[in-house]
Design a protein around this ligand. Structure first.
Ligand code: NAD
Length: 374
């Protein structure tokens, strides 16, 4: 199987789909791997590092794309790139499937098999292939460091001859994978942390990390079978906002990570709530790429409001730690291919009756997965 690792085209994207150690594992399986020149540079992996483990560097990326049986990316390709792939080949990566109808249609008409990393089931067996989790984990960590970096004060308590400094107050809204890591990181830096999520099961996890769970009664919420939050009604959002306003006003840092799978992120912090925060406070909106939790967030920008509150809207903060983000993403892709690998054919077996496959095969043999059909 000929594998091609593309150089990411999105501005500010620093990750690469396979790092050299992962390439070695693909080669050991029996794949031949070609890497687009410069693909790993921003993640700390020059072309020579790929050559050393046995990969080829593509002299002509268009030719490599056209010849590949399997094309690996982090970000979704555009339709033109899909039509450059040969029919029957695979495209693997994040695809933004709920908001990228054009890409799905292109894969179906080009006969390209789309393996979508957002759709890997959140099950124990698939944990090592779960790229949403591996990247969210890093995003939660980086969000706290970014906020600490931009804050005008320190996070830990300090008792010095010059006086005592109280710990910073950090409020985390949305306690999935990113939120949990943000809590743990802020705690490690000495902050006092509070958190809220609409899924009641999270309360125990928040407490076990040494943070306080903010209780807001918004009525029936619950979660889906996959553990995702359900969308709130407008009335529930209003109740949540009323409950959170005071906590935000008392916080030095607010980090929002609230997402509803398959939908735009809920708008949770209004301009009014932001106007009640202190000058110099920092808000990090980790949902900036899917619409934003915070009014006024601008994707990939820092905005300073009139009252001195800073809004950080970096879309994928894990791009600031590209070496580890790539290492984890590459490990996810490798675990996926190893799971489906057929040593006899020297290719993955995509015809198997398998729950993980059913989840992540977005398009196969021209057929679009049922729930993504128009
Ligand atoms: P996500 O990125 O979809 O959402 C982030 C968080 O936002 C979630 O905790 C969600 O409940 C919360 N949220 C949504 N609306 C909100 C609102 N209005 N206010 C406050 N919070 C709100 O979540 P995720 O990090 O991808 O995790 C989703 C679920 O999957 C979790 O239950 C997680 O434990 C589970 N999970 C399971 C596995 C596994 O079993 N292998 C792996 C990873 C995640």
């Amino acid at each position: 199987m000929k594998v091609f690792v593309c150089r990411e085209k999105r501005p500010l994207e620093t990750r690469v789909a396979l790092d050299p150690p992962a390439v070695l594992r693909w080669i050991k399986l029996g794949a031949s791997v070609t890497v687009e020149s410069g693909a790993g540079l921003a993640a700390g992996h020059p072309d020579e590092a790929y050559l050393k483990v046995g990969a080829t560097i593509a002299a002509d990326p268009h030719k490599a794309l056209a010849e590949a049986d399997c094309v690996l990316r982090v970000r979704p390709p555009d339709s033109a790139e899909i039509f450059q792939q040969k029919p029957g080949s695979m495209a693997v990566g994040f695809m933004d499937p709920f908001f990228n109808r054009g890409l799905i249609e292109s894969m179906a008409s080009a006969g390209v098999t789309g393996v979508c990393m957002e759709l890997i089931p959140r099950t124990t067996l698939a944990q090592k292939m779960d790229a949403l989790s591996s990247q969210a984990n890093l995003a939660g960590y980086v969000a706290v460091l970014m906020a600490a970096n931009r804050l005008d004060s320190i996070l830990p308590m300090m008792m010095t001859p010059a006086g005592t400094i109280s710990p910073a107050k950090v409020f985390i809204i949305g306690v999935g994978v990113a939120g949990l890591q943000a809590i743990a990181t802020a705690r490690r830096l000495g902050a006092r942390v509070e958190a809220f999520d609409t899924r009641p099961v999270v309360e125990e996890q928040v407490r076990s990390l040494g943070a306080k769970f903010v209780k807001i009664d918004i009525g029936e919420t619950g979660q889906t079978e996959q553990g995702y939050a359900r969308e709130l009604t407008p009335e529930q959002v209003a109740m949540q906002q009323a409950g959170m306003a005071k906590v935000c006003a008392a916080s030095d840092i607010v980090i929002t990570t609230a997402k509803v799978f398959g939908r735009q992120a809920p708008r949770l912090l209004t301009a009014e709530m932001l106007s009640g925060m202190r000058p110099g406070a920092v808000v990090v909106d980790l949902a900036a790429e899917s619409g934003g939790n915070v009014e006024g967030t601008r994707l990939d920008e820092e905005v300073v409001l009139e009252n001195g509150v800073r809004l950080l809207g970096w879309g994928a903060p894990e791009c600031q730690v590209p070496r580890h983000a790539s290492q984890m993403y590459a490990a996810n892709l490798t675990a996926l291919i190893e799971h489906f690998w057929n040593a006899e054919t020297g290719a993955p077996d995509l015809e198997r009756d398998d729950e993980i496959l059913k989840g992540c095969l977005l398009v196969h043999r021209g057929q679009v997965q049922e729930r993504f059909k128009p």
